[in-house]
Design a protein around this ligand. Structure first.
Ligand code: BG6
Length: 495
């Protein structure tokens, strides 16, 4: 649903007929250099940006435009596949790039910014806030005061929105006082991943699974997002956030919503988000002593990953030496509604684990009557990364005499199915949606707040009951306690 009429350019791709400017606060930060600029470069290369679109990076350091272009080129070259990077395309892209040094906390700098931009009211302005969330409120109000938040302006907020329910509400209120909800894009890059969108296709474009997608047939669901990376250069941010705020509050709960929600009546922003909110509101609160039984908190100790020694979390740059921030979380969640009553959703995420993989496992119940002796229950595995696959484990007869059964897999590799087309990075898809004004894959205000509403008591429970993170060696599968979360119910994590 493009908000503005589209036209078709020479490569046959629909593009906006109105030029826009994207202004990136935090324009020299990790996110801008590693994700946003490479994604914009790809969109430019594919002819998906209006020829007149400009990109303005905003940050405190004093760079000239040329120096910023050099910095941007270095990062884009490193992030973009060699075959997709060539000098001519880069020159064309670099011509869109500009830099403006300012302090987002200083109102006077917004006056200077306004002068720099000039009065080009017909242009759509997209403000991308790739900064710490504590700057969001100030930036929104400074934009308003300096007349930069006109009716065509949109704002993009990076997660996490706030640090708790109260701070998220304050941010949402401050943003809402300047931009109406249709112009606010709260980004969760997991929603831009092809396989995550495929979850909706799998569920709502195939009649096959619907009758069994419920408590009567499903034993439990596992949602795992495991990383081998540590905190890299983000220690200062991460030590205040931890895995719960950095990953669970947003990415994992969004995945849970897509797995558990009812079919929306239409594929549009309101209908999809209405269904997701219902799931978040139906999450059974985990409070008080329950946090001990239903959650596991961990922090990586020194270990080895890919044969390399890696230091303990508390020795990472900009992390407190006695930090008790978690780098690993596992939770047994439950959804109190008709479809899911009694089905546990086990969530886990962590840094410095043995391998990088994001997957969703739907474990079905066993057959009601075992004709052939031992038989494993069916399972559907949806692998989001590194490969995008969907596999259904079925029981089949081993050839030869007798009925000896074994599990076999029906395996669909989505990259192969679509002729190995280049897979878009999540940010490419989401940035294009912002440009086109489509917020279906962005979080609505009530969604973010409902997620915090469930997360806050767990964090409080950890502090009230002194549940400090359990150490786990880097390169392992997480703390020992992780297994107990499932084993006490006779289940096992899928490794
Ligand atoms: C980000 C988190 O949102 O997601 C990072 O802030 C994390 O800590 C990253 O590493 C994981 O994203 P992906 O796409 O690599 O799974």
């Amino acid at each position: 649903m493009a908000a503005t009429p589209a036209q078709v350019n020479r490569v046959g791709v629909a593009e906006l007929s109105i030029p826009c400017d994207m202004l990136v606060f935090g324009g020299t930060g990790d996110l801008a250099l590693h994700k946003l600029l490479p994604a914009l470069y790809h969109l430019h290369r594919d002819g998906r940006l209006h020829p007149d679109m400009r990109i303005l990076a905003l940050a405190r350091s004093k760079h000239s435009r040329a120096a910023f272009q050099v910095l941007a080129e270095r990062h884009c070259r490193a992030q973009v596949a060699r075959a997709d990077f060539d000098s001519e395309t880069w020159q064309g892209f670099a011509a869109r790039l500009d830099y403006f040094a300012m302090d987002a906390g200083h109102s006077a700098d917004f006056g200077r910014l306004s002068k720099h931009l000039g009065h080009v009211d017909e242009r759509v302005r997209l403000y991308y806030l790739a900064t710490a969330p504590d700057l969001f409120e100030d930036i929104a109000s400074h934009l308003k005061i300096s007349g930069l938040a006109g009716p065509k302006a949109r704002i993009v907020l990076e997660k996490p929105i706030g640090h708790s329910l109260a701070s998220a509400q304050a941010i949402n209120a401050a943003i809402g006082a300047v931009f109406d909800e249709t112009r606010v894009f709260r980004i969760d890059h997991y929603l831009g991943k092809e396989t995550v969108q495929n979850l909706m296709a799998l569920r709502f474009a195939n009649a096959l699974f619907e009758p069994i997608w419920r408590a009567g047939h499903i034993d439990h669901i596992q949602i795992s997002v495991c990383e081998t990376l540590g905190v890299e250069n983000r220690g200062a941010y991460y030590d205040h956030a931890g895995a719960m705020r950095d990953m669970v509050q947003n990415h994992l709960l969004q995945l849970l919503c897509l797995v558990a929600m009812e079919a929306p009546v239409r594929f549009d922003a309101e209908a999809v988000r209405n269904e997701k909110v219902k799931i978040l509101e139906a999450l059974k609160p985990i409070t008080g002593l329950d946090v001990r039984d239903k959650t596991v908190r961990g922090q990586y100790a020194a270990g080895k990953i890919g044969g390399q020694d890696v230091p303990a979390y508390y020795f990472e740059k900009n992390v407190d030496n006695d930090s008790d921030t978690e780098t690993f979380v596992a939770i047994q969640a439950e959804i109190d509604n008709w479809r899911w009553a009694g089905v546990p959703f086990y969530l886990r995420t962590g840094k410095r684990l043995a391998k990088k993989s994001s997957e969703i496992l739907i474990q079905f119940k066993p057959v009601p009557h075992r004709l052939f002796g031992d038989s494993e229950a069916n399972r559907l595995l949806i692998r989001l990364q590194p490969e995008e696959r969907i596999s259904l484990q079925l029981m089949a007869k081993n050839p030869g005499k007798g009925m000896r059964l074994e599990p076999v897999e029906l395996d669909l590799n989505l990259a192969d199915a679509f002729n190995k087309q280049r897979r878009w990075d999540a940010y490419e898809r989401l940035l294009l949606d912002v440009i086109e004004g489509d917020s279906t894959l962005f979080m609505r205000r009530d969604e973010v707040e409902a997620a915090w509403q469930w997360i806050d008591p767990i964090i409080q429970g950890w502090h009230q009951h002194y549940q400090s993170p359990r150490p786990y060696p880097a390169g392992s599968n997480g703390p020992e306690q992780l297994q107990r979360l499932l084993e006490r119910h006779g289940r096992q994590w899928m490794e």
